[in-house]
Design a protein around this ligand. Structure first.
Ligand code: BG6
Ligand code: MG
Length: 213
């Protein structure tokens, strides 16, 4: 039986992908190029610095390590301007309801995110209290698809990996869950999240029964 649920943040609890996209696009534009929403898909679940590397490659721009740090910091400032305007209305449909069901049934809830801004975002959308543990970009040395973030999440809840179900919108995140020996539920499109055990399009479709397959 599933004893803990581990949730990705961006794209699962709240749709911050649009804000990441706006901020990265601003960076690209200032460096003299552009990229598409389709390319943006590849940035999901990937750390800030890895995202920057990919974007610079798309634009054919080479920067020194110092310049990369400068631009990554700037991007984060632009991103945080958008995050600071977020409200609890932006929590994705069915999420608080499902988290309440988990709590009522004694199932642990943890966050497993690549973001270093996760606490701020959870605060903005008033969701901090729903989580028994938070593992994010500040706690990890290896990004998804490495399972580290979810293994630490399992440990923090006192559960074994096989007792955990992970909810993820990114291909790299589903791979991380599977590499960690956990159940993986995709949130989004089954055409993209082909490695997931099953895929929901929103949490309104999610029930306790579906966890224990
Ligand atoms: C992930 C997002 O959750 O966090 C990525 O899907 C993002 O797009 C990554 O790059 C790191 O986020 P942050 O907030 O630390 O820049
Ligand atoms: Mg995500």
């Amino acid at each position: 039986l599933v004893k803990a649920c581990l949730f990705d943040l961006d794209g699962v609890i709240v749709d911050t992908a649009v804000y990441h996209f706006q901020a990265w696009r601003r960076l690209a534009n200032e460096l003299g190029f552009d990229f598409t929403e389709h390319q943006n898909e590849q940035l999901k679940g990937i750390s800030r610095m890895e995202s920057l590397e990919l974007i610079l490659k798309w634009g054919g721009v080479e920067l020194s390590e110092e310049e990369k740090l400068h631009w990554a910091t700037l991007k984060n400032e632009w991103y945080l301007e958008l995050v600071n305007k977020m409200t609890p209305n932006e929590v994705l449909p069915g999420v608080p309801e499902f988290l309440n069901v988990l709590r009522e049934n004694g199932i642990k809830v943890a966050l497993g995110s690549a973001s270093k801004n996760s606490r701020l975002i959870l605060e903005r959308i008033k969701m901090l209290d729903f989580f028994d543990a938070i593992i994010d970009g500040n706690n990890i040395t290896k990004g998804k698809p490495d399972p580290q973030v979810f293994l630490l999440g399992a440990e923090a809840t006192g559960c074994k990996p096989f007792e955990c179900a992970v909810f993820e919108d990114a291909v790299a995140g589903i791979q991380a869950a599977k590499a960690g020996g956990m159940k993986a539920v995709g949130v989004g499109s089954s055409d993209i999240l082909t490695e997931a055990d099953f895929v929901i399009s929103t949490f309104e479709e999610m029930t306790l029964d579906r966890l224990n397959f």
